[in-house]
Ligand binder design. Structure first.
Ligand code: SAM
Length: 225
């Protein structure tokens, strides 16, 4: 394993991160320290984070509606950040539990308009503090790449699903010189022993989602069990 310190932009977030490049092909921030608390203050300024632009919000709402089952479903949003996607799912009639390690991210999620069926918990996305609860959907956007053991996390998330549940994973590979992220093929390989069916949607070509044209790899996988 080779440790690399670099400064990079991931989905619009500039990070100073100590990466660990593993021999398995994962390109994640395996050992941190990504200071997510420090990112929280202006996290929502990025169009796809804050979903403040009506067109960007509508584009994510449309995708989400296609990825989620009929409402109301129990949705667990892991690494929920400022809760934008959680609240979008709640707006669509789902019961949402968001989990994040960052107190500052959670503070912003909880400060967003009340009235939705959403709760936000502090905890590790890899081992969320949900006790024996089970969910129809585990939703994870731009988080798996940052976990030290993506394979272990996926195994655990699979165990949190009800029968016929699904994982909705939105990931990508950012940067060119020292890319970080999880390539589609790698994620599909990790999912293969865990799920019955996977559906991949390429997201790079849809500028409405990002508020700009992008040319790196961005995708969603809906994996049903
Ligand atoms: C790039 S942000 C994505 C936030 C949100 N999912 C979204 O798409 O807007 C990554 C988030 O994952 C959280 N995170 C990173 N590692 C985590 C872990 N091990 N457990 C819980 N949250 C984690 C960070 O605090 C941050 O809020």
């Amino acid at each position: 394993m080779v440790a690399v310190t670099n400064r990079l932009s991931v989905a619009g977030v500039t990070l100073s991160a100590m990466r660990a490049q593993t021999t398995t092909g994962d390109q994640g921030a395996a050992q941190g320290p990504v200071d997510w608390d420090a990112q929280a203050a202006d996290f929502d300024d990025e169009p796809d984070h804050g979903l403040r632009d009506p067109q960007v919000r509508a584009a994510w709402a449309e995708r989400l509606r296609g990825w989620l089952p009929a409402a109301p479903a129990d949705v667990l949003d892991l690494g929920c950040g400022t809760g934008s996607l959680s609240l979008l799912a709640a707006e669509q009639g789902h019961r949402v539990t968001g989990v994040d390690l960052s107190a500052n991210m959670l503070e912003r999620a909880r400060a967003k308009p009340a009235g939705y069926d959403a709760e936000f918990l502090a905890g590790d996305a890899a081992q969320p503090p949900v006790g024996g609860r089970r969910f129809d959907v585990v939703l994870v956007r731009h988080v798996l790449w940052a976990l030290p053991d993506p394979a272990g996390a996926l195994r655990h998330w699979r165990s949190l699903l009800r029968p016929a549940g699904r994982l909705v994973l939105v990931e990508g590979v950012w940067g060119t010189l020292t890319p970080v992220g999880i390539p589609t093929d790698r994620l599909l390989t990790l999912l293969a022993p865990l799920v019955d069916h996977t559906q991949v949607e390429q997201l790079s070509g849809d500028a409405r989602l990002w508020g700009k044209e992008v040319d790196d790899e961005r995708y969603a996988v809906v994996a049903t069990v």
